[in-house]
Design a protein around this ligand. Structure first.
Ligand code: ADP
Length: 294
């Protein structure tokens, strides 16, 4: 780890927070999959800092913009307040509010807040910037046709990447067959373009000291809210009370159970691209099951 970055980061924190520069205690915190993570403690405030290569600054800028968009949702979840991003000593960094995260809290409030996040809508699908899902690029050009958006910018984007990563053959053939038939899953359903967390697995959900739900590490865009719920059911599930509270605010369409695997497929393809073989085989099985339904 390049230690040269810290003076620059502490200076940037002082400038952005309006506090006088002060020595800060730095603790490495067990990080996520992608970035190195630290807690910085000054005399009055604590900050959560992520570091990556300098050329990943755009990723942190997109994350900060996503957190800001989520924070604006009335009755939405608490999110870490982004402070500043930049490059110092060859590292890109993102600084945000430190929150003492806990695994347990008000699960009904979680569902309520998620539904209110999704209640923020745009008039098109996409976002005003691209971002990342895990370490993979996620493109978000605005468009009015959800089926075309999901086909081109989610499924085909990951399938093309998979081909370049050596997953050719059957995955490509079956994946293309599914992309061509995608409209069949939406014959009587047109989703609203909802503000999505975008990477809503249980590792990106926690609670603060008062028990209020906190969402972090987003991959924000406007899309079908079912895709957030599908992701939340992919690697474990949220507590049952979260789903019932969600539906008390905004019930799901009856076709969600069929589309759930379609939305989970995007993340499994991404896992194949990030982590390799077994996920590619899992994706093939998902595609086979989906094609059997249309
Ligand atoms: P990555 O982008 O590398 O996946 P995350 O944003 O998921 O990193 O953060 C890694 C871990 O740090 C999380 O799993 C969570 O436990 C913790 N964390 C994330 N954000 C905060 C925060 N604002 N305050 C305190 N801890 C946090």
């Amino acid at each position: 780890m390049n230690d040269d970055c810290w003076a620059g980061i502490e200076q940037a924190i002082a400038e952005a927070s309006g506090h006088a520069p002060a020595p800060m205690r730095r603790t490495s915190v067990g990080g996520g999959d992608i970035n190195a993570a630290y807690r910085l403690e000054g005399p009055t405030e604590r900050w959560f800092v992520k570091l990556n290569r300098a050329d990943r600054l755009w990723m942190f800028e997109a994350e900060a913009a996503g957190l800001a968009a989520m924070a604006a949702a009335a009755e939405g979840p608490r999110v870490p307040r982004p402070l500043t991003t930049g490059v110092a000593g060859n590292r890109s960094y993102a600084v945000m509010e430190w929150i003492d995260l806990r695994p347990r809290g008000d699960t009904a409030a979680l569902g309520h807040a998620l539904a209110h996040l999704h209640a923020v809508t745009a008039d098109q699908y996409g976002w005003d910037r691209d971002n990342t899902i895990g370490d993979t690029d996620q493109v978000n050009p605005w468009g009015r046709d959800w089926v075309a958006f999901y086909r081109e910018h989610r499924l085909r984007f990951q399938l093309d990447l998979a081909r370049r990563n050596g997953f050719g053959g059957r995955l490509q053939d079956r994946g293309e067959a599914l992309a061509a038939r995608l409209g069949a899953f939406f014959s009587d359903y047109t989703p609203a373009p909802s503000l999505l967390h975008g990477d809503l697995w249980s590792g990106n959900v926690a609670f603060d000291g008062s028990g209020a739900p906190v969402l972090y590490d987003p991959a924000v865009y406007f899309g079908d809210r079912e895709s957030d719920l599908a992701m939340s059911e992919l690697f474990g599930r949220l507590p049952a009370a979260a789903y019932s509270a969600y539906e008390a605010v905004w019930p799901l369409d009856a076709g969600y159970p069929v589309r759930r695997e379609l939305y989970q497929l995007y993340h499994i393809l991404n896992h194949a691209n990030l982590f390799g073989g077994p996920y590619a085989r899992e994706a093939e099985g998902m595609i086979d099951r989906l094609l059997a339904q249309v």
